[in-house]
Design a protein around this ligand. Structure first.
Ligand code: FAD
Length: 416
């Protein structure tokens, strides 16, 4: 069937969905293109929701993926407030909340993820916040008056960023988290300790190695009680304990799922013609194996890659995972995947909060994190991709350009 008579549908009007729609038009798809979103907003980016937008420093407008007129201009039928409630993969048909049924020729699932929720006594009290949407960020911001007391449950990226933003607004903050240091699972103890100290230096109370037991209060949350009986008085709570992929549509339609929607190298699901991208996609990365990445860069690039797949491209998605975080005056970028690393090498002194950390296994760089050091991401990613054995002393030496090191490593290997 000629493409101008085809319908491509995208479920999920977030970053991955919006970028996929843009790419389909850029690559010449001239059929009907429907972008369906459960939220009442046009697609927007979420990173500002825990950072400058939460602090009230930027307007909503700054977070939108495209200008308001973009979708009409490109004949993209953006349907906001329209949840997809069913998928019949055999008939190639979607069931919409409004009762409409929409047939499709190719489908992209870009349904993202949602915050994992705590189900403990008091979980239903007012003042307990989760953070995923504009509305969540607005509601939380209204609690961040100077002098208010906020408890943050979880010391992952969202919890830590919210803690930093709240401190910047003069709020008293206590973080309660089960690990010994923030980001222990991703960064390990040594690097996580740098973030623990950063928050302490900014006056955050850290209750680490502690599990939350209950929320208490009369209608609204007034206290958090840990499992070992410690109580922290508060006016509001933010729970940031991770996210779960929104894979229910795929699962009930019989697509292969398992920690997200399982997709192959080119982001196609177990049902030909149906693709998945962004937070919801559990992708078979050609170099790194199965990965589900819940980060902005992944949504930004997987959306377009899936769009090209929908148009018949066989190219696999090969990008090195990347994310960034801003807390206080400390910005960082992380590239790679450190699972299986056996040591960390620092370039620069971590105590100055201006350094690069590298995670190595068998002398090869698996991941790198630049903290307040900029314009090195490309070189770090090239180093990772090269798989070269590196000289640790040169890796640690800020005077040796990373690109030199990579060339030397490659030449060294070639000549040995
Ligand atoms: C507060 C916050 C801060 C973040 N900060 C950073 C950061 O600093 N750096 C970083 O790298 N990453 C960050 N992230 C992660 C990043 O925002 C996500 O990885 C990215 O949003 C994923 O995009 P997505 O399009 O896959 O999913 P989403 O952005 O979740 O969009 C999916 C959309 O699909 C909709 N949807 C779901 N089911 C249906 C359905 N059945 N029918 C219709 N629509 C549906 C949802 O309502 C949602 O609008 C942050 C996330 C949050 C929440």
């Amino acid at each position: 069937m000629p493409t101008d008579q085809q319908t491509f549908a995208i479920v999920g009007a977030g970053l991955a969905g919006a970028k996929a729609a843009q790419t389909l038009r850029e690559e010449g798809f001239d059929g009907r293109l429907v972008l369906l979103g459960a939220e009442s907003e046009r697609p927007y980016e979420r990173p500002p929701l825990s950072k400058d937008y939460l602090r009230g420093e930027v307007e909503r407008e700054a977070a939108y993926v495209h200008e308001a007129g973009f979708y009409t201009e490109h004949e993209i039928e953006l349907r906001v407030d329209e949840s997809v409630v069913g998928l019949d993969a055999g008939r190639q048909e979607l069931a919409l909340k409004s009762g409409e049924r929409l047939g499709y020729d190719r489908l992209l699932l870009a349904t993202g993820s949602m915050p994992r929720r705590l189900s403990i006594p008091g979980a239903e009290l007012d003042g307990i916040h989760y953070l995923r949407t504009f509305a969540d960020s607005d509601a939380l911001r209204s609690r961040l008056d100077a002098g208010a007391r906020l408890v943050v449950i979880g010391a992952g990226w969202i919890g830590s960023e919210v803690a930093a933003s709240a401190r910047q607004r003069g709020v008293e903050v206590t973080i309660i988290a089960p690990h010994a240091v923030p980001f222990e699972r991703v960064l390990g103890r040594e690097v996580g300790a740098i973030y623990r100290d950063l928050h302490r230096d900014h006056g955050v109370e850290m209750l680490l190695g502690a599990a939350v037991g209950s929320f208490e209060g009369d209608g609204s949350v007034e206290r958090v009680r840990t499992q070992d009986g410690h109580t922290v008085a508060c006016d509001a709570v933010v729970v940031g304990i991770g996210a779960t992929p929104r894979a229910v549509l795929a699962a009930t339609a019989g697509l292969a799922v398992g920690n997200g929607v399982l997709v192959d190298g080119r982001l196609e699901t177990s049902v030909p013609g149906i693709f998945a991208a962004g937070d919801v996609a559990n992708h078979l990365h050609p170099a790194l194996g199965r990965l589900r990445v819940e980060h902005w860069d992944n949504a930004l690039h997987q959306g377009p890659a899936a769009a090209r797949g929908m148009l018949g491209s066989d190219d696999p998605y090969t990008r090195t995972p990347y994310f960034y975080s801003d807390q206080y005056d400390v910005g960082m970028e992380y590239s790679g995947h450190a699972a299986g690393s056996d040591r960390v090498v620092f370039r620069g002194d971590p105590a100055t909060r201006e350094f690069v950390a590298f995670w190595l296994a068998d002398g090869r760089v698996l991941a790198g994190m630049n903290v307040n050091v900029w314009d090195v991401t490309e070189a770090i990613q090239a180093l990772i991709a090269s798989g070269s054995q590196v000289d640790e002393r040169r890796l640690a030496d800020p005077d040796v350009p990373l690109t030199d090191l990579f060339h030397h490593a490659t030449l060294g290997e070639a000549s040995s």
